[in-house]
Structure formats: structure tokens, C-alpha cells
Design a protein. Sequence first.
Length: 199
Amino acid sequence: MPKVQKGKAPEKVVHPFSRKAAYLAREEIRLKKKERQKNDKATRLSSIGEKLLWFQGELDPAKTAYTRKDACEIIERYLQRFDSELEQIELMNGIKGRQGRLHGAREDVIKQTIERERAQYEGIGFEIPDIINAKHLKTFREWSGDLKKLPNIKLRNVSNKGLDKKNDGEQKNEAEEDDNEDEDDLDDEQLAEMMLLSD
């Protein structure tokens, strides 16, 4: 007779409609959801980290604070970061005798990214590190690129809409001030004439 191995008893088969089967299914779904959320967060953080590293590389070490106009100029450079790659793809596709589009998927992804970022910049605002505030700029410059320290960096939405309106508003205010100064001069002249007439 063969010897029976002692040790673990074989696992019992779970009935598919039992409460234990439902519990195991829920647990499996929960674990998959948790893993998916973890991967999504890691992807999101890495994309934000890449963007912030690009902005950190573009900062002028001599400047202690940036204006809103300077921030808009840096964003414009950021939006044009794929121009050289798009030119290379166009050159490859422009070669005579080629069938179809080379790197068509990459070109489409780049164009969609540029469109989305441009819409954000012209709409609600493009999210960048807060370089306008000197304190937050100092914190951003000291950042080493570690994604764990990413929450310490303050972000700000910058839009080109407000900049255009602000410039127009400044020009209007200057024009109004000039008009007010002219009116003050006229008032002084009128007062002088009245005083002469009264004498």
C-alpha cells in the first residue's frame, strides 16, 4: 500500500454560488481596481514630473521672480517642444516613392497633445509650477526631480487670455490718466481765468 503524505489537507473546492465564492470574486475585483489606480497615479505623476523637469531646465538662474508675461513666454516654448520631431517626420514622409505614412501614430499623438495643451492655455489655463511667487520659485529650484516630493511644489494655472486683457486694461488706464491730466490742466487754466475776471 502506498504511504499517504501527511501535512496540508487538499483545498476544498468552493461552490460557485456560495457566499465564499462571492467574497473571493469581490476581493479579486478590489485588488485589480487597486492595482489599476496605482498604475494610473504613477503614470500621472511621471508625466507631471517630466513637465516640471522641463520647466526647471528652462529657468534663468539669475532671475529671482518671473512676471506673468515671462511665464507665458516659457509656456509658448513648451508648446513648441515637438516642432523638430514633427519636421523630421514630415521629411521622412516627404521622400519620393514612399508608401503610406511613417510614424503616423506618433505624429497623431503629438498633434493631439499640442491641441489639448493649446486649448488649456487659451482656455482655463495651463498648469505650471508657480514661478511668479518668489518663495515657490525657490522651492521649485531646490527640487531634485524626486516624485515623492512632488506635492511640495505649488502649481498655478496660467492663461494667455488674462494677459491680453491685462495689457489692454493697462493701456486704457494709461490713456485715462493722460486724459485726467489734460482735464486737470484745463481746470487750472479755467480757475486762473475766473480769478482774473473776478479781479
